[in-house]
Design a protein around this ligand. Structure first.
Ligand SMILES: *Cc1c(COP(=O)(O)O)cnc(C)c1O
Length: 404
């Protein structure tokens, strides 16, 4: 077994060798500018782009014409939020979203707030779910956009997209969905779900980094956005800039492969997830699941470990590559804003670990990870006076701590 073991597939994925193979000719042979209309170099590059566009559109129940290529989901999210806000500002300046959206949605919303827009951040419950009744009550005459993600990148919780889409469509409000973690993993259909704008990226589904797309609905209703990038008028004027042809071709191949095995892979990864969860909860106490027990991404397991310190835990499991809520592993010293919004306390937020499974994860690797985590948590708890007190039946909430 190769080490360290990669269990961070919600952060990024390796590029599938079949994707790399599909991309290669587009670096050295088919290198034309897809916007060059005067020669075959341009035409063949454009053919590659067009094929990928159609595959990507089809994967989400849209058409190729509705796909706008970007540099990734961060750009797609910014484009959707800022582009809708600017274009429809005469209709209204109210946007509804949630506090556990990716920063690529939260930050542009906060930037708009500074410019006089009003943003409603819906409450989320302890599982990271929004309340549909609160959403309905929040929609106003001047609401122009509801932006809610498909699956949360940290805790895996899924949103009820069909219900949200039905509500926004009835009320004539645009629905943007950051489906970066959902596409290729769970069924997404922009028609059935009434999604008007949808963000995605290749590198979360075994494609290359630096290429993504924004789906922009063309009819019923025709969605307009003000571009954030100006120039040659590429991509229907929505996003100027020479197309990243090899990246686009790789994105197309990646989504094609993901769709071929979407249900079998989901089932396999849920099996791995349940196995890891069972082993950890059978062999350890005070293990808490973050996110929804069932309505969650197939490849995400987020757990907090009581009575261990996040940093020490991460050091204890250095053979496995995971993401954690411990303060020193994130750029800021704040614990996860997602867990905090769900009401998770600082201690449990700091000791949270996100396990992300993927195409190359094996049962052997999962068992190895389980052994390491169990060993590390047990070792740390042996040194924990708090854990010892709890074992002796002391109710920590009733203890009066004195300092000298
Ligand atoms: C990874 C991710 C992004 C950012 O995508 P990039 O292509 O890396 O910019 C946005 N939203 C979600 C939900 C993600 O998981």
């Amino acid at each position: 077994m190769k080490q360290p073991i990669y269990l961070d597939y919600n952060a990024t994925t390796p590029t599938d060798p079949r994707v790399v193979e599909a991309m290669l000719p587009f670096f050295t042979e088919i290198y034309g500018n897809a916007a060059s209309r005067n020669h075959s170099f341009g035409w063949t590059a454009e053919e590659g782009v067009s094929k990928a566009r159609n595959i990507i559109g089809e994967a989400i129940g849209a058409t190729g014409k509705e796909i706008v290529f970007t540099s990734g989901a961060t750009e797609s999210d910014n484009m959707a939020v800022l582009g809708v806000a600017e274009f429809y500002h005469e209709k209204g300046k109210h946007i509804i979203t949630s506090p556990i959206e990716h920063k690529a949605v939260v930050d542009p919303c906060q930037a708009l707030e500074q410019k006089g827009y009003e943003i409603t951040f819906l409450d989320v419950d302890e599982h990271g779910r929004i309340d549909l009744k609160q959403l309905e009550a929040s929609i106003r005459e001047d609401t122009v956009l509801v932006s809610l993600m498909a699956g949360n990148n940290e805790i895996g919780t899924l949103n009820p997209l069909t219900e949200i889409g039905q509500m926004t469509r009835e009320r004539g409000v645009l629905f943007h969905c950051d489906a970066t973690q959902g596409v290729g993993k769970i069924p997404i259909d922009v028609e059935a779900m009434n999604i008007d704008l949808l963000s995605m990226t290749a590198h979360k589904i075994y494609g290359p980094k630096g290429i993504g797309a924004l789906y922009v609905r063309r009819k019923k209703p025709r969605v307009r956005i003000t571009p954030i990038m100006f120039g040659g008028g590429h991509e229907r004027g929505f996003r100027s800039g020479t197309l990243n042809v090899p990246g686009i071709v790789g994105f197309g191949k990646a989504i094609e492969l993901a769709m071929e095995e979407i249900s079998s892979e989901a089932e396999r990864q849920i099996g791995l997830r349940q196995h890891l969860y069972k082993r950890l909860t059978d062999e350890l106490d005070y293990v808490f699941l973050n996110g929804h027990p069932t309505e969650r991404l197939p490849n995400n397991l987020n757990l907090s470990f009581g009575y261990v310190e996040g940093e020490s835990l991460m050091m204890g499991i250095s053979e496995i590559a995971v993401s954690s809520g411990s303060a020193c592993t994130s750029a800021s010293l704040e614990p996860s804003y997602v867990l905090r919004s769900m009401g998770v306390g600082d201690d449990l937020a700091h000791s949270s670990v996100r396990f992300g499974f993927g195409r190359y994860t094996t049962m052997e690797e999962v068992n190895y990870a389980a052994d390491k985590v169990i060993g590390a948590v047990k070792r740390l708890r042996e040194m924990s006076p708090l854990y010892e007190m709890v074992q002796e039946g002391v109710d920590l909430s009733k203890v009066t701590w004195t300092s000298h």
